[in-house]
Design a binder for this molecule. Structure first.
Ligand SMILES: [Ca+2]
Length: 155
């Protein structure tokens, strides 16, 4: 697969890492996901999915995406090394189009690795690293564009 690397366009806010574990979000959307070559393990469903979420719902250890730029609305999150190559598979009645594709407006990575979000299904065109320990809104060019997430950083 040809992938084009484009350097970080994510706006990073302060490096505040959440110390306190938040209340566990609601059970995951457990729809099946096909394994792909994105990442180092078989893709899995987002392990956490919550509507009306906040930044505090992204517990230490998680990588999280929110529907709105102020960390509100629907949040989807993964425990490493989980990832998802196709956000169309994340069904979300509160989201535009009925799924989480092209809906993420804020991010946080409180994991031990650089997760990468991409405009395209299965990565690429372009990709953007979410540095460990940071969070922020997506810049205007990245707002409502993310379609996949990998667990091995960007190419
Ligand atoms: Ca959005």
């Amino acid at each position: 697969m040809h992938r084009t690397f484009t350097k970080a366009a994510i706006a990073v806010s302060s490096a505040a890492v959440l110390a306190a574990a938040a209340t566990a979000p609601a059970a995951a959307d457990s729809a099946g996901y096909a394994g792909t070559t994105v990442g180092t393990t078989v893709a899995t469903a987002p392990v956490l999915y919550k509507e009306a979420a906040g930044l505090a719902d992204c517990s230490a250890g998680l990588v999280c995406l929110w529907q709105n730029s102020n960390y509100t609305g629907v949040m989807v999150a993964w425990w490493p090394p989980n990832y998802n190559p196709d956000f169309r598979t994340i069904k979300c009645s509160a989201c535009s189009g009925g799924d989480f594709n092209d809906d993420a407006s804020a991010w946080a990575s409180f994991t031990d690795r650089n997760y990468c979000v991409s405009w395209d299904i299965n990565g690429g065109n372009p990709d953007n690293t979410m540095p460990v320990g940071l969070h922020g809104p997506f810049t205007p060019s990245w707002d409502n564009r993310a379609s996949s997430i990998s667990n091995i950083g960007c190419p």
